[in-house]
Design a protein around this ligand. Structure first.
Ligand SMILES: Nc1ncnc2c1ncn2[C@@H]1O[C@H](COP(=O)(O)OP(=O)(O)OP(=O)(O)O)[C@@H](O)[C@H]1O
Ligand SMILES: [Mg+2]
Length: 275
């Protein structure tokens, strides 16, 4: 095995959908065990990038390398999609959803039941979901459901875990807990984690790297290299300011800066402006 190969290598990726260029020359790499935030405002191309990595949509040019191009690597990506509506009447317990991650997509005889049960149990413990494992998944809170979905995606021990806006609709506490959980699991399981969000703030203390998308173009690196006025202005193609207010980082177009500064001062928790 090639131990030095990155878990994910995206090189010069271009994707057009419906005749429109959605991703332009996107390049970055993720090592095993790294926790990476994919940040961008609505429509910037986050979901498109994740779906291209999964092989769900064709790419126009560029290259996506998984695990040093190991055979079958594309089928072993863990994925939590952006919108999952779990109906309260769905007759599945949390532990059933995790078990489906183990062999739900597998044809042929199921895994031996003892081994299967042990793997599911271990994963439920790892994400802190053992206490509600027998409840109907549709009746769990948003934060509890996220834990179950993370367990579902991780139970087969993927080298790459993609999560599309898993923090949407979570309160401040659940957000911090899920971020800490993902960061810990990425280290423990040696999985590269790529997590999309429109607000980078809850992720700043945890992220090893950031991929910042604007209008389909990306800049990648460590947060202190990327989240800078000159770097993001160059990405947007017009001047933006990286402003720190009340311990939060906000990226604002110059003309909106004073307005946003006042809004954040009034409501530091709920205002998350984007240019
Ligand atoms: N199948 C499609 N055909 C045409 N355009 C598409 C298609 N899918 C996405 N797009 C466009 O591509 C752009 C990026 O969409 P995408 O869903 O990747 O953004 P996003 O960053 O995930 O946004 P959000 O934060 O709202 O989830 C949008 O302008 C969208 O309208
Ligand atoms: Mg999206």
């Amino acid at each position: 095995m090639n131990g030095a190969a990155p878990a994910l290598a995206v090189e010069g990726l271009c994707v057009a959908l419906g005749g429109r260029q959605v991703l332009r020359n996107v390049s970055f790499e993720l090592e095993a065990g790294e926790f990476c935030a994919l940040i961008g405002s609505n429509g910037s191309g986050k979901t498109t990038l994740l779906r291209a990595i999964l092989g769900f949509i064709p790419i126009d040019s560029g290259r996506i390398g998984l695990d040093g191009d190991a055979p079958g690597a594309a089928g072993r990506i863990g994925y939590v999609p952006q919108k999952i509506a779990l109906d309260p009447s769905l007759p599945l317990r949390a532990r059933d959803v995790v078990a489906l991650g183990l062999d739900g997509a597998r044809l042929g005889p199921p895994l031996p039941s003892k081994r299967r049960t042990a793997q599911v149990e271990q994963m439920l413990q790892a994400v802190g979901a053992a206490g509600f494992a027998d409840q109907r998944v549709g009746l769990l809170s948003g934060g509890q459901q996220q834990r179950v979905l993370v367990a579902h995606a991780l139970v087969r021990r993927p080298r790459l875990l993609l999560l599309d806006e898993p923090l949407a609709n979570l309160d401040v506490r659940s957000t911090a807990e899920i971020v800490a959980l993902l960061r810990r699991l990425s280290r423990e399981y040696g999985a590269a984690v790529l997590l999309s969000a429109h607000d980078m703030n809850p992720l700043l203390p945890a992220m090893d790297r950031i991929v910042y998308l604007a209008n389909g173009s990306a800049v990648a690196g460590r947060a202190d290299e990327v989240v800078r006025t000159e770097v993001l202005s160059s990405l947007y193609g017009y001047h933006v300011d990286v402003v720190r207010v009340h311990g939060r980082v906000v990226v604002v177009a110059a003309e909106a800066r004073d307005e946003i500064r006042d809004a954040v001062a009034r409501d530091p928790v709920h205002t998350a402006p984007v240019p």
